[in-house]
Write a protein that binds this ligand. Structure first.
Ligand code: BDP
Length: 698
């Protein structure tokens, strides 16, 4: 009996593999019946592969949610079913549906899912399933949606040897050694998950690229992956190594203006399209962090990007050229470097080139001002790159829901064409009327059974996709939707979990880098605090370069009296951040060196405010633990315990961050820890020795 009970309990445990596509039986019988009435059959007009995926997903989803199979049938003379149809000339009420948009309407007592393309219908099928998963009514359903951004991409930083740069969820999901003969069924589940949130492109390999993917052997493997992605409306892209003509092509140069080099890329590109007819294009990291690039030959980024655009020729592909660059020799402020290299090239890029810009000017910190290139390159379509994998956000240990971070950047006003020229509108092309637009998220996906290591990391993958589709969705709405689909539909628990998620990023910022501190994390590994780091491979890899703490105060003066990086922004933005008296406290130390005893708008001095944030931020992790404890009755036990354990660890590490930072800054500020907080119980040396243990992980 006991054994049986244990077994029964075990079979219910949720290992997270199914992500937000669980399709568990709806427990409320009345609700189930209402849905069944509207889903008596599925009819498909057409038989393209993407349409087939839509029908298959609906069958699988409805069977799980409703507890019985919904048959495929012809709609002739029937009602109460779901009809999928591609209508190239379809219009929605407001205007034309975009090529990937969908419309769900009620037509003669049937639910009709229409799109101009098969992909549109597939997105509509997922949208309909989402209605059931979140328990919305289906009567008189009328929804229409078109993605605001055209290229919605995941960037994998995966290497051929199966490791993942900055990956915290196991190894790469791509098993190159098995491909192309064995195709892991997991690839299809990956494609389903992406399609369900509208992602339509995946760069399969690391931006610090290996040339190997361009070899005939690997092209067959990549083609096998592309074959699995295609029926889900997803195209495959590659990161390329700039030096490939030399390393694998046997040429003596990789100069983009050399005719032999150009021919080599054209030939390779043609090879790729032979193997993968719908190949998406190239992503390039060049002349950045030691990677080769056109500057090695005295050429610029536009020369390099345009050469690849030329190689793409009449193939339907694009070049995404990254602006994440900083010079080998760092004099000055790294904040300004990408701007200085790229701004003069605006207007020089070929039409197939998009420049891919990180959300902030430094490097995926927990809070950054928006990158000054947004709004500064009106003639060039810019791809916004965000990092989903939590390199600077506590890996897969800390619970940090990233939608608020993404939104903060998307909603920032660049003022480039007057008020309302937000980063979102620069990126989606509306501000400067671009024909193409893109957004990319560095994936947090790995071979762990639950894909993302931290179970709540799934929400970051989900939120990225939903915002890539529609940047106007709110963080709160996405958190609630994901929670309902993934964890529980019990209303109070949904609210508690979504609330915890939405607040989690600010809490993380408070106990790690409050008030605009940045880049004070552990060297290379990028984990834990190391604000005392004064020596590294380059000055701009240290912490002291960024916080500039001294006996007088703290923070990087980027106004005219300092590096003047602030001058890269529009005058309205300069005004918003230029005065330390009025600059939002969240950005204060990004732009100002502030005296320790300087009173802030909160009434506390800088030193007291800093301590206040480190201490209350840490205490907030206890609050997160309490919130999580409350939802226990409504959450799968395996999932509950997983998150509970990680939160315990997160608390311990919040204390580590707090102690390290207040003790270190105290050596310069020479101020006591303000009441009611108690000084750390350990010494700075003790905390420093913890970092050394972490550094062994390098
Ligand atoms: C940094 C990562 C490094 C990446 C680099 C990039 O630490 O591993 O290669 O970004 O985006 O944040 O190229």
């Amino acid at each position: 009996m006991l054994l049986l009970l244990v077994a029964a309990h075990h079979s219910m445990a949720d290992d997270g593999y199914r992500l937000w596509l669980k399709y568990d039986l709806i427990q409320d019988a009345a609700q189930r019946k209402a849905y069944l009435n509207a889903a008596k059959f599925i009819a498909v007009s057409g038989n393209g592969p993407v349409l087939q995926s839509a029908a298959r997903e609906l069958q699988q989803g409805l069977k799980g949610l409703l507890g019985q199979a919904v048959p495929m049938a012809s709609a002739q003379g029937k009602s109460g079913g779901i009809i999928l149809s591609v209508e190239p000339t379809a219009n929605d009420s407001g205007g034309a549906l975009g090529k990937e948009g969908y419309r769900i309407s009620t037509d003669k007592n049937n639910i009709k899912i229409t799109g101009k393309t098969e992909a549109g219908v597939l997105y509509g099928a997922f949208a309909l399933l989402r209605q059931l998963q979140t328990r919305q009514p289906l009567e008189k359903i009328a929804l229409a949606s078109t993605p605001k951004i055209e290229y919605r991409m995941l960037n994998h930083w995966d290497n051929p040897d199966g490791t993942v740069e900055r990956g915290y969820a196991g190894s790469s999901i791509w098993k190159w050694y098995e491909l192309p003969e064995r195709v892991d069924p997991r690839y299809r589940d990956y494609a389903r998950a992406n399609a369900s949130i509208g992602i339509n492109g995946v760069v399969i390999n690391n931006v610090n690229a290996s040339a190997r993917y361009l070899t005939a052997e690997y092209l067959q493997k990549v083609a096998a992956v592309a074959n699995v992605m295609r029926p889900y409306g997803i195209r495959v892209y590659m990161s390329v190594l700039w030096a490939a003509p030399k390393t694998i092509g046997g040429l003596t140069t990789s100069d983009p203006l050399d005719p032999k080099v150009r021919q080599w890329w054209t030939d390779r590109t043609n090879d790729i399209y032979k193997a993968i007819p719908d190949f998406g294009g190239f992503l390039v990291k060049a002349n950045s962090e030691g990677e080769p690039g056109p500057q090695d030959y005295g050429r610029n980024h536009a020369d390099g990007a345009n050469m690849l655009a030329e190689a793409l020729g009449s193939h339907d592909g694009i070049v995404m050229w990254r602006a994440f660059v900083y010079k080998a020799n760092s004099n000055g402020d790294r904040f300004k470097e990408a701007y200085e290299e790229f701004k003069p090239l605006d207007g020089k890029f070929a039409p197939k080139v998009l420049v891919q810009v990180k959300n902030g000017p430094i490097d995926f910190q927990s809070r950054e001002p928006f990158h000054p290139l947004f709004g500064a390159m009106p003639k060039t379509p810019l791809v916004l790159e965000v990092q989903i994998t939590q390199e600077y956000l506590g890996f897969a240990t800390h619970l940090v829901y990233e939608a608020p971070l993404f939104k903060e950047c998307l909603d920032s006003d660049t003022y480039s064409k007057g008020k309302g020229s937000t980063v979102a509108k620069v990126v989606d092309g509306t501000v400067d009327q671009h024909r193409i637009s893109g957004i990319a998220g560095v994936a947090n996906i790995g071979s762990d059974r639950n894909w993302t290591g931290h179970p709540m990391g799934q929400a970051n993958w989900y939120a990225f996709g939903r915002l890539a589709w529609d940047h106007e969705l709110s963080s709160q709405a996405i958190a609630e939707e994901w929670t309902r689909m993934t964890i529980t539909t019990e209303p109070k628990s949904v609210r508690t979990i979504a609330d915890l998620m939405v607040k989690s990023r600010d809490i993380y910022v408070r106990y790690t880098t409050p008030l605009g501190l940045h880049h004070i994390m552990g060297e290379s590994v990028h984990y834990g605090p190391q604000p005392w780091l004064a020596k590294a491979g380059r000055p701009d890899w240290t912490a002291v370069y960024y916080h500039k703490a001294d006996a007088q105060g703290l923070g990087f003066d980027r106004t005219a009296t300092g590096s003047n990086a602030l001058s890269l922004y529009a005058p309205e933005v300069q005004k918003q951040w230029g005065n330390p008296q009025t600059c939002a406290l969240d950005y204060l130390l990004w732009f100002h060196h502030v005296g320790w005893k300087q009173p802030l708008s909160t009434g506390r001095t800088l030193w007291d405010e800093l301590c206040y944030r480190y201490y209350t931020g840490t205490d907030s992790v206890t609050w997160m633990q309490k919130q999580w404890a409350q939802v226990k009755p409504n959450v799968d036990p395996e999932l509950f315990a997983n998150v509970e354990g990680r939160l315990q660890k997160q608390y311990k590490e919040a204390v580590w961050w707090r102690d390290a930072c207040v003790l270190y800054f105290q050596t310069l500020a020479q101020q006591p820890i303000p009441k009611p907080f108690s000084p750390p119980t350990r010494s700075l040396d003790e905390v420093k020795s913890l970092v050394e243990i972490y550094q062994l992980r390098k």
